[in-house]
Write a protein that binds this ligand. Sequence first.
Ligand code: SF4
Length: 209
Amino acid sequence: MTLQELKDSLHNCQRCKLAGLGRTQVVFGVGNPQASIMFVGEGPGYYEDRQGEPFVGAAGKLLNELLESAGLSRSQVYIANVIKCRPPNNRDPETDEVDTCKPFLMQQLQLIKPQVVCSLGNWATQTLLQKKVGITKVRGRTFPLSDFVLFPLLHPAAALHQRSLLEPLREDFAKLRTYLEQAKADEGSAASPVTRPDTQQVQMDLFAS
Ligand code: SF4
């Protein structure tokens, strides 16, 4: 299956109850289908639901600035959400909705094959780590999973609601830039982004707690 075929298969998806709770359209994801870096948020908000694209509106504008600060452009990366349809009143997705929709994110990951996945915020981070951890504990650190390195970041929308998070969010993207530059420097050497000893140590620290 190609990414486009997966997208087509979700057109007007009715597999979970979010289909009947006021969504305008399925927000599949956008960006470079061969991206080595992918960003994953929670689910579409009001503007994303209207425009059919993740991270538009004020949070999207901030994300674009942050990408630029990390030396990235939106056209280089791929951006998606765990949940593809907007929950009513921006409530958190419910367990049955996540169980139904998460496999499509996992298929996106398998098809795009990013080396680094940046989870944005608590919810996407916990979903991909499959562990209840607070974003403040894990943000700006690297977690080697079986197919990619997870790099959790604060969510841009959280920083718009709570301005004190803006500086920590900028710090997260500065760390991402450093990590990507180091990974690029390691290219061709024995140390790849997924096997560098410091990332292994971070993972062991997390799961030991
Ligand atoms: S949230 Fe996912 S599973 Fe539910 S209707 Fe939308 S695309 Fe389908």
